[in-house]
Every structure is written in structure tokens, then in C-alpha cells.
Design a protein around this ligand. Sequence first.
Ligand code: HEC
Ligand code: HEC
Length: 228
Amino acid sequence: MMKAQIYFLSFLVVLSSPILLGEERVIPEYDRYNGEEIMDVCAGCHGIYGQGTLDGEYPRLAGMNPAYIARQIELFKTRKRINIAMLPFATDHELPGDDVRDISSYLAGIELPRHMSVLDPNEKFDPLARLEESKKVTNIPHYPGDVEKGERLYRQECRSCHGLKGEGRWDKMAPMLTGQYSSYLLRQIEKIRTGDRFHDSPDDPEIFRSYSDEDIANILAWLSRQDD
Ligand code: HEC
Ligand code: HEC
């Protein structure tokens, strides 16, 4: 009996180990004070919590893999990914290496709740705190499409890199898709389709070209329901 319990326990431990999932999510050490200061600049567009904007003009950055954020900044700096809005900020002068590390880790550490917390009737209602909380809450509105078809396509074609539920995989540098604004994702897919942005690697421009607009809408429909 004892033995069986021990076996069972060690089974659980193995199951919950991040290595089994193929990735470990570790935010490297950084200067938090500096990260906060740089955030003032980014906040103008990406929001003070890195929550982005609902219309998808500015993507959410909170909770993303710091190495992915750093890589995008590098791509913006070297113009391998064109981002006109960020042009003045993504330079070695404005954002040298240490700053890139600090802001990337700072953003990675921000958790955005998916729902408002339940009000405690015994506590005094604080409208300001409630308003502040509401700015952070990020839950992607349902995108129209065939959710089941989207799920099937996602499982076949995207899951291996972007994770079971679209949460991204840090070990593969594949960003989270769940929790990101649908119209931002759609814009990126368009850019990848036309060759303006590379996808997984520079020699992979073909992805999405074989997909119909409907296929893509279906994937977005499924993704937009994974953070409910
Ligand atoms: C003037 C507005 C503006 C400011 C300020 C700004 N950004 Fe951006 N950023 C954008 C826009 C617009 C995009 C989306 C570009 C696109 O559609 O490809 C973006 C995209 C990004 C992305 C890519 C996200 C992804 O999912 O691939 C990262 C990372 C990023 N910004 C980081 C930063 C950081 C860090 C700062 C502060 C140092 C910052 N941005 C400041 C406008 C801005
Ligand atoms: C072989 C691994 C791999 C597969 C499979 C894959 N992706 Fe990606 N995807 C990536 C990587 C890596 C990036 C980041 C590229 C970069 O650094 O610019 C990415 C980026 C993206 C982006 C841009 C996100 C952002 O925040 O800017 C979208 C959208 C996307 N993928 C959607 C998909 C969809 C939908 C599928 C399935 C049809 C898919 N990907 C399959 C690896 C993959």
C-alpha cells in the first residue's frame, strides 16, 4: 500500500514537472526599477500594464516570453520587422541591450487577470481600485467563425509550437496567441502571407498561403475562446 502511494506520488511529480511539457518559464534577473521607467515610454501605446488596445492596433505584451520580446525589439532595430510606430524607440541609442533585457523581463512578469474579481460584500467598495482593476482585465471578445473547424486546424498545424491552448511555448520562441487581440493576430497573419514579416523562420514564408480567409477566421474563433 505504502509503496503504491509512493509510486503514485512520484507519478504526479513527474507529470507536473515543466520539463515534461518541453519548456521552463523562467524570467531572467533584471533591474526592475529601470524596467518600470522604460515602461513609461511603452505605456503610451501598449498601456500601463502592457495590456495593449482592444482594437488590436497595439498588441498586448504582458506575460509574453521575455526572450521573444527581446527578439522582436532586435528585429525592429535591424528593420527585419518593420514597425513604423516604434521606429523612434527601437534603436540602440534609445534602447540599448540592458534596457531591452529590463523591459522584456518587466513585461513578462505582468499578469493580466481574465475576469474581474468577485466583490466581497463585507469589504468597503472602492470605485477607484475597481476602475484600475478593470483596465488590467483582458479577455478577448469572441471572434466569429467555426470554432470546431478552427480547433481541428489549430491542433494539426499550430499546436506543436504555440502550445496546447495557444499559450505559446517559451522554448520554441513561439508567442502566445490566446489572450492576444484577434485583429492584431489577423494583421500579423496578413503580413506573413504577403512576406512583410517572416513567421517561424525566414525560410518559412509559405505558411498561411494555403489557408483560406475562412480557415484563419476559424482558428481565431477558437483562440478567442481559450481565455474565457
Ligand atoms: C508609438 C506607439 C508605440 C510605442 C511607444 C511602443 N510601441 Fe511597441 N508596437 C507598436 C505597434 C503599432 C506594434 C504592432 C506592429 C505590427 O503591427 O507589426 C508594436 C509591437 C510591439 C511588439 C511585438 C509584439 C508581438 O506580439 O510580436 C513588441 C515586443 C513591442 N511593440 C515592444 C515595445 C516596447 C518594449 C516599447 C517601449 C520601449 C514599445 N513597444 C513602445 C507601437 C508602439
Ligand atoms: C514550427 C513552429 C510553428 C508553427 C507550427 C506555427 N508557428 Fe506561429 N510562430 C512561430 C514562431 C517562432 C513565431 C515568432 C516569429 C518571430 O519571432 O517573429 C510565430 C509567430 C506567429 C504569429 C505572430 C504573433 C505575434 O504576437 O506577433 C502568429 C499570428 C502565428 N505565429 C500564428 C500561427 C498559426 C495560426 C499557426 C498554425 C496555422 C502557427 N502559427 C504555426 C512558430 C510556429
